[in-house]
Design a protein around this ligand. Structure first.
Ligand SMILES: C[S@@+](CC[C@H](N)C(=O)[O-])C[C@H]1O[C@@H](n2cnc3c(N)ncnc32)[C@H](O)[C@@H]1O
Length: 239
C-alpha cells in the first residue's frame, strides 16, 4: 500500500491541507458541544467538586459523576485523594482541574468569577439573541431587540431572574479585571470624587473606594439596578 513517502510532495501537501481543512470544518460544525458540555459541568458543580478535593486531585469520570450526583462522605473523599484505583484493573482516564478552572469556581466570596458571565451568555435569553444576529444586517436592529422586542436594559426591568443574572455576571467578571487593574494603576491616587456611569451593583466602585478611602464614589445607574445594589461606605447611588 502506498504511503505518503511514495507520493509526490505536492500531492501529499494538498491532501494534508484538505484533511486539516476538513477537520477545521468539522470543529466549526460541532463547536457548540464544547460550551454546552462546559455549561453542564458548571451546573453540576464539577469544577467546584474537583477544587474541593484540594490541589493535585485527580479523579476518574465515574468518581466525579458520583461526587456531583450525591455528595460523598469524607472517608470516600480520602480514597480519591490518595489516588487508589478501582478494582477492575482497567486503565482509567483521570481528570484534574486546570488553573483556568479557578476562574469559574463559585467560591461565594468577593474574589470574582467568570461563571456567572458564562452562564449569562449561554442562557435561553441570550440563545434567542444569538439566533437573531442576522437581524442586525437584515433589519438594522440590535440582535437583542430583534429577539425580545426591546433593548436589553429595558428587558431586565421585566424579567427579575434575568436581571439578577446580568447584574451578577457584570459585577463578578468586572471584579476579576478591576482587582488586576488596581494592582498597577495609580491614577486614582489624586481623585476626590469618582462617578461610575453604569456602575451596576457598585462592586467596581467599591473596590476603588476601599483602596482609596479619600474618594467619594457616586454610582450612576438605572433605578431598577440600584434597587438591588448593596450600600457601600463612601458611595452614593444616583439614577
Ligand atoms: C455592562 S454593565 C456594567 C456594570 C458595571 N459597570 C460592572 O462592571 O459591573 C452596564 C451598566 O449600564 C447600566 N445602564 C444602561 N443604560 C443606562 C442608562 N440609560 N442610565 C444609567 N445606567 C445605564 C446598566 O444598568 C448596567 O448596570
Amino acid at each position: 500500500m502506498a504511503n505518503h513517502l511514495q507520493e509526490p510532495l505536492t500531492t501529499y501537501c494538498i491532501q494534508r491541507d484538505e484533511e486539516m481543512m476538513t477537520m477545521q470544518a468539522l470543529k466549526i460544525a460541532t463547536n457548540l458541544a464544547i460550551p454546552m458540555v462546559f455549561k453542564a459541568a458548571l451546573e453540576l458543580g464539577v469544577f467546584d467538586t474537583i477544587a474541593a478535593m484540594g490541589n493535585g486531585a485527580w479523579l476518574s469520570s465515574s468518581e466525579i459523576a458520583d461526587l456531583v450526583s450525591k455528595p460523598s462522605p469524607p472517608t470516600q473523599r480520602r480514597l480519591f485523594e490518595t489516588g487508589e484505583n478501582d478494582l477492575t484493573g482497567k486503565t482509567r482516564r483521570i481528570y484534574a482541574a486546570e488553573p483556568v478552572c479557578t476562574l469559574f469556581l463559585t467560591r461565594g466570596d468577593d474574589s470574582g468569577t467568570l461563571m456567572s458571565l458564562f452562564m449569562l451568555l449561554n442562557s435561553q435569553v441570550f440563545f434567542k439573541t444569538w439566533d437573531n444576529l442576522k437581524g442586525v444586517i437584515q433589519e438594522g436592529k440590535d440582535a437583542f431587540s430583534s429577539a425580545h422586542g426591546m433593548p436589553l436594559f429595558e428587558y431586565i426591568g421585566l424579567d427579575e431572574q434575568f436581571a439578577v443574572m446580568v447584574n451578577h455576571a457584570m459585577a463578578e467578571s468586572s471584579t476579576i479585571i478591576m482587582k488586576k487593574i488596581l494592582e498597577v494603576y495609580r491614577g486614582f491616587e489624586d481623585v476626590n470624587t469618582l462617578v461610575d456611569i453604569g456602575g451596576g451593583l457598585g462592586t467596581v466602585l467599591n473596590l476603588v473606594t476601599s483602596k482609596y478611602p479619600q474618594i467619594k464614589g457616586i454610582n450612576f445607574d438605572l433605578t431598577m439596578v440600584l434597587a438591588n445594589a448593596p450600600s457601600y461606605a463612601g458611595t452614593v447611588l444616583v439614577d
